[in-house]
Design a protein around this ligand. Sequence first.
Ligand code: IFM
Length: 779
Amino acid sequence: MNYTTGTGELQHWLVAEDGFRTNWLGKGEAVFSLGNGYMGLRSVTEEHYANEQRNLFVAGTFNKFADNEVTELPNASDVLWMEFTLNGVRFDLTQGEILAYRRTLNLKQAELVRDVTWQSPNGDLYDLIFRRFVSMDNLHVIAQRVTITPKQESVLTMTSGINGQMTNSGVQHFLEGDKRLYDGRFMQQLQTTTESGIDFAFHSVHRFSQHEPFEPKSIIKMDRRQIFFDYSDVVIPANETLTIEKYSTVFTSRDRDLSVDTTEELANFALNATRDVEAQGYDRLFNDHVNAWDELVWSHAPITIESEEMFDQLAIRFAQYHLAVMTPKHDHRMNVAAKGLSGEGYKGHTFWDTEIFILPYYTYTNPKIARSLLEYRYLSLPGAHRKAKENGYEGAMFPWESAWLDDGEVTPVWGAADIVTGEATKIWSGFIEQHITSDIAFAAWQYYHVTGDQDFMDNYGYELLIDTAKFWASRLEWNEAEGRYDINQVVGPDEYKEHVDNNAFTNYTAHWNIQTAIQYVELLRQEKPELFEQLNEKLDLETADERFRHVLDLIYLPQAREDGVLPQDDTYLQKEIIDLTKYKNQENVGSMFYDYNLEQVNEIQVSKQADVMILMYLLEDLFSADVKRANWEYYEPKTLHDSSLSLSTHSVLASDLGDQKLAYDLFRRASEIDLGPNMKTSDAGIHAASLGGIWQAVVNGFGGVRMTGGNLRISPMLPQAWNALTYSIDWKGETLDVQASQDQVTITRRTPSTEPLVIEVYGETREITDTFTSEVLSV
Ligand code: IFM
């Protein structure tokens, strides 16, 4: 990967790849993936290679192949597919010689450009440039432009069309469907998912030009799940440029922006839309797309980092780029997947990754999108109720992995091979990783206090907070001997410890959830009697409240030992301690499983990811700086950061502890998970939560932003390598611009007001009407 190709206006905007290797295809496909939250397109090349993974996902279009499989996002038809022969030789970069090669993702314009000079095996020379984008302006559009300039007169043939012979690791999610050609040019493929019955309409059309537009000789062909053109006899004179454009559209019967009732109506609508798209042409579509990106991301929530390392600015832009690509902002019936829309990993499912790692970005910069993602959880309540009931509990027990609104739990039951038994390892998360329920409650609470969105609370928030607390109140187990309530047999955030009792993160956040619900029930009773009555009917608030008050002080909250270490669970601190150096220095994550199986790892003091530490981040007021430090020193050396969710949390905490050097090192490591030089990290897709975590490391960590108890704190502390950091955040409906340097911070209210805004800055309460400047202090 090359991070230094952008110069002038494009400095810190370009991520490039300078070589072509078929065994590294996965990295570029994921890291360069394009999308707009409606769909995500893995960045395969137009021509096929072994080892490639061609993926097009449309958010929220889940399908379940068989009863013993879980629902997943189906891999839709490949519209990028274009195969060329030049003077009788197939264009194939593994043959002949590559004389120049660069593939560049322009983050600002969200365009992917591949620039190749190729000598074919017969000695002919060609310059080829491939450009493409997935429109942020019109969510249904994929546009490609290919230019071919031969050094000698050449004859081109091309096969290009729509290929529905796609699978998810062998599973075909679509019925054969219909294919048809319209107006002699517009290819149409209609398909329906096998179980969920979602109709997909794909259209593609080509445009050729060489000085003037022209129609080459062509023949339309169809095969199983395929429709394509064979073009032939296209003569390109030496040093002349042939331009081929391909416009494709994707529509489905789940799209909320369409008012169609039947497959036929969908097909007609999509066909006409494609005609319109083609008529606009690449340049106009591109212009609208670039403007839409600017409005949504780059002008809306810009972050600048002046650093000795140019990688840092690029890293935060890369994170913001992918957050926009992966987030279905257009529809509250869907949510962000753990790999975004960039790969088959985790089957398009949503985890706590959204609420704890991704949502803060939107809560602080684009509350409308944050609200839409939280509404998804509200709309998923029926599945959460079902899960609670099936497990003998009350209230809302959210699924660990989530897909369709009413699916409930969709975590697969069987996973990787156990190196000792040779069997598949059972995935317990879907059964007992229960902290997701309080994570969602926490995120809703955080959203409310940052945005002040009372309408959200009245319509969704209070109910979510109380319904989740009801689950916890029913989940607690009475421990007669100790006279307290325990939460036994769970998986906490550290997934290397299964069936543990009293995981600190789970117990504390459950306690927080119930405590917050008590406050809200009281508030409703006192201040919103009508809403209280409505919710009382739905949730039986009187009984719930009685139970909440009874259990609250009896919930067991593990306490720090004398040395400050908080037990991660009842048994962690008694487990064997081994030398983890080899695994701490591993090149690829999960290497411990080459030596141990999960059962053995369960008995060792080793953690996959932040557990106690993330508790100390989320509920920071409950723990002193000394306790945080003691736990850092105890747990971090035992944490392998085998989950991509771990490094960014540790970076924020290192900032909190005042160790900017360490925080910076961890920020860099987090940024390198996808963007770094290891070419095998992202084959299954980009790491969505880590990208949200990078924003948190910058804004919540170095930028010092935190909401605690409903109050705002801004106390930036930059790492040595940075001269300046600027960012903006939304706070209760207004925008604050923050400029921080090594010595000084300035906070500006974009809309000044005589009503002062209270912000804690370096431990002092400030009342700001317009702009406030402080020197940087350590607190
Ligand atoms: O949610 C995470 C989990 O914390 C660790 N394993 C991967 C999941 C999806 O990213």
